[in-house]
Design a protein. Structure first.
Length: 115
């Protein structure tokens, strides 16, 4: 059972930056599709970014140009660098790993952007 643990959330002012981290309990980046999702109060969970095993990345239009997804295979860590943060980025951010029929989620980390 893969375990994912997010960290790095917090309260920042609009325009600021945060780097979220996701620690995986084992080496999974070579065959798992890794991603970040977020869920704002009263809204459904939405996809933010994906990094594939080969390194290709995709971003939601709402964050494109402001966030970068990356990974450190040696550390089993995935990151989400977020810049130019907006109040509408406020949400709980979740780390996700997918391989075949298996999907794993972290517990989430709260990101709050003040205006």
């Amino acid at each position: 059972q893969v375990q994912l643990v997010e960290s790095g959330g917090g309260l920042v002012q609009a325009g600021g930056s945060l780097r979220l981290s996701c620690a995986a309990s084992e080496s999974i980046f070579s065959n798992h599709i890794m991603g970040w999702f977020r869920q704002a109060p009263g809204k459904e969970r939405e996809w933010v970014a994906t990094i594939y095993s080969g390194g290709m990345t995709n971003y939601a239009n709402s964050v494109k140009g402001r966030v970068t997804i990356s990974r450190d295979t040696a550390k089993n860590h995935m990151y989400l660098q977020m810049n130019s943060l907006k109040p509408e980025d406020t949400a709980v951010y979740y780390c996700n790993a997918r391989y075949l029929q298996n999907t794993y989620w972290g517990q989430g980390t709260q990101v709050t952007i003040s205006s």
